[in-house]
Design a protein around this ligand. Structure first.
Ligand code: FAD
Length: 289
């Protein structure tokens, strides 16, 4: 199907893009990689009056580490993350998620920030960023605001972003010296969205778990933080018992549903098994960091 008619804008500055969004209100859509928006337009699930393509705006493709923290700009593609050394080691949860997103065609164009703004409960970046305790930086008519990732997702395809705001980057804090993480994803075939996925990021402090980030994909109305699993691990010795307890709790934190990819019971069990495996990998990586 062809999309409904819309006006196309390709501004060369953020201010220009923001003024177009302001003019059209909730009848405009930002276009980044187009990997979610274009299918929605073609299926006519979205029919905005204006599409604001941000790809010609300079300075949005920054991928840098500053003082141990990462800044991932709005035009950084999944592929750039897959290739970047910055997303390995202490930021391993991000580096492990990047190559598991769809296929090379989607990864060449799709953006990390676009994925967060899209808020698909099956999106992979949302969980990786929850585990890493990232914050999203958005610009609107009133200036810049920072949104902790826990405050971003409101439900399926719904965020706290206003229609006249543009995400300019996502910031991932310094995970500390002894940190590691990973992302495990079960998919029916290569390139599919997750049946279930688990993001785990751990920072060790004096041999104990100083910080634990555990988040779940495709088992709830949005990417979910496994809060009680994190609590079980934080401050504990990273023993087999503590890991097993956290994995059990993550399975309880999940809110799975039956669908064509599997039953709720099956998915809950995958959460438990993947959380246990992911935590072991994350802790080993943190010990070696
Ligand atoms: C076949 C296929 C398979 C896929 N499989 C996976 C998968 O396995 N895992 C996964 O995580 N994703 C998957 N995706 C989605 C993909 O990762 C998209 O790239 C991502 O969801 C959206 O990023 P984008 O840059 O393409 O955004 P776009 O499609 O350009 O935009 C998506 C939405 O976000 C908004 N938006 C985009 N950027 C901004 C911004 N800077 N500020 C404010 N709003 C913004 C747009 O207005 C739109 O509403 C798949 C997509 C396809 C087509």
């Amino acid at each position: 199907m062809y999309p409904a008619e819309f006006e196309y804008f390709a501004p060369s500055s953020l201010d220009e893009a923001l003024s177009i969004l302001e003019r059209y209100g909730d009848e405009a859509k930002v276009l980044a990689g187009g990997q979610s928006l274009i299918p929605l337009l073609k299926l006519r699930f979205a029919a905005p009056r204006a599409v604001v393509d941000i790809n010609r705006i300079d300075g949005l493709d920054t991928l840098v580490e500053e003082g141990g923290a990462l800044r991932i700009g709005a035009l950084v593609r999944h592929k750039a993350c897959e290739r970047s050394e910055l997303l390995r080691g202490r930021h391993g949860v991000l580096g492990a998620a990047a190559p598991l997103i769809s296929d090379p065609l989607v990864r060449n164009l799709g953006t990390v920030c676009g994925s967060l703004a899209h808020a698909d409960p099956q999106g992979d970046w949302g969980s990786a960023m929850l585990a890493a305790r990232a914050e999203v930086v958005a610009r609107g008519p009133g200036g810049e605001r920072r949104i902790p990732i826990d405050d971003l997702f409101h439900g399926p395809f719904t965020t706290s972003l206003a229609p006249n705001e543009i995400v300019t980057e996502v910031r991932v804090p310094d995970p500390g010296r002894r940190a590691g993480g990973t992302y495990l994803k079960l998919e029916r075939k290569v390139g599919d969205f997750a049946t279930v996925a688990v993001a785990a990021q751990v920072a060790l402090d004096d041999g104990k778990v100083g910080r634990a980030g555990i988040a779940l994909t495709a088992v709830g109305p949005s990417n979910l933080r496994a809060t009680s699993a994190e609590e079980a691990l934080t401050g504990a010795e990273p023993s087999d018992d503590a890991i097993r307890e956290a994995a059990e709790r993550a399975a309880q934190d999940a809110q799975p549903y039956d669908d064509i990819r599997g039953s709720a019971e099956y998915k809950r069990n995958v959460v438990r098994v993947f959380t246990e495996r992911a935590l072991r990998t994350a802790i080993d990586a943190a010990r070696g960091a």
